[in-house]
Design a binder for this molecule. Sequence first.
Ligand code: ARG
Ligand code: ZN
Length: 422
Amino acid sequence: MATLLIFFVLMNLDLLLRTGHCTETRDQILSITPKTQEQVDILKNVSTQYETALWQPVSPHYIKEETQVHLFVPANSSETVKELLQRHAVAHEVLLANANELIEMQTRNDSTDPRSSATFYERYHSLEDIYYWINRTAHDNPSTVKVILVGSSYEKRPLYALKLSFNDRPNKKAMWTDCGIHAREWISPAFCLWFVHYSLSFYKQNQDITDILDNMDVYVLPVMNPDGYKYTWTSNRMWRKNRSISKTTSCIGADLNRNFDANWCTEGASHNPCTEIYCGAFPESEPESQAVADFLRRHKDTVQLYLSIHSYSQMLLFPYSCSLEEAENHSDLLEMAEEAAQKIRRYYRNIYRYGAGAKTIYLAPGGSDDWAYNLGIKYSFTFELQDRGRYGFLLPPSHISGACNEALIAVKTIALKVIEKT
Ligand code: ARG
Ligand code: ZN
C-alpha cells in the first residue's frame, strides 16, 4: 500500500515537473480575450513589441474588447510575455502548450518514407516536393493535365498552375483555384493537391466531379507564394507575406492578398512594410499577384469561377471585402455559399460561416477575390479552411483529409451551381 502511494506521488511529481518544463521552454499559442481598453492596449503592445506572431486577428489594429486573440509566443519570449500579462491581470489560456511538437509533426515526412505514396495527400509537403508532384502529375496524365508557367516569384521561383481539361468542347467554361497566397496556411496547398488528385481519380466515378470536368477546364495554382512557403519550411513557420524587399525599410514582404487593385490600401491594409497587412508599393507591385492578375485578364472570357483557398476559421466568403457595398449578384453568391455550408454541416458536422467578406470578418481591401470579381468573374470566393483555432495554422496532418473533403464538397456545390447558372 505504502509503495503504491509513493508510486502515485512520484508519478504526479513527474507529471508536474514535465508540464512545468514544457510551459517554460516550448513555443506556445495563447488565447486571450481582453476585457478592457487597457488590456487591448497591452495586447497591441505585446504583439508588436515582442517577438510574437499574431494568429488572430490578422493585425493588432483589429484587437478589441471581448474578442478572442490567438498569439504565437516563441519559447524565448514566453516568460517575458506571460509576466507582462500577469502584471496587468490579463487572463490567458494556453491553447497549445507545445507548438514545436506540432511543427515537427507537420514536417515529418516524406519522400523518404517507403509507405509514402498511400498517404501522400494526408501529409504536408515541401516546396521541392510540390514542384516534383506538379511535373509528375502532368507527366502521368498527358492527355488531361498540362503545366502552365503563370509567372515567377520575387525570388524567381516558378509559379506553376495545372490545367485539367477532359475535352475540347467549343465555348467551354473554366474555373480557377489558387492556394498558398499566405505562406503559413499549409492546409491550403494541401487542398490544391487533394483537389487535383480527387479530380483525376474520380472522373467517371463520382457524378459531381464528372459533371464539373465535362463542362469546365480547371486551373489550379498550388502555391501562389512559393518564396514565403519555402521560408515557412526553413526559417519561420509563422510567415504570412511574400519575401520581397522594400526600398524604404529592412522589413520584408508584402501581403499578396492586399496587393490587388480593389480599393487598394484603404482601411484594412497598411502602407507600413513592417505590418502583416502591408499592401505593397502599388497595386500588383508584387510579381506573384501581377502574374495571377495577368493570367486572369487573359482568360477572363472563359473563367467563370474564381476560388482562393486560405485558413483558418472555417468561412466561405465572397465580395466585397474591400467595401461594405453589396455585390450586384449578392443573393446568388449568398445562396451558393449557404448551400455549400449546409452540405458541410450535414455530411461532416462542421460549421462554416458564410457571407460577404467585409461584413463577415473585416474590411480587407486589395484582395484577389474582389479584384477577380470586378474583372467580371461574377462567382468569386475565398475559403477559410479548418480549423477554428484549436490548432490554427498548425493543423495536424491527421486532419488534412477531413479538412479537404469538406472543402471539396463546398467547391463541388459551388462549381455545379455556376455551371447551372451560366
Ligand atoms: N483572411 C483573409 C485575409 O485577410 C480574408 C480574405 C477575404 N477576402 C479579402 N479580399 N480580403 O486576406
Ligand atoms: Zn490567408
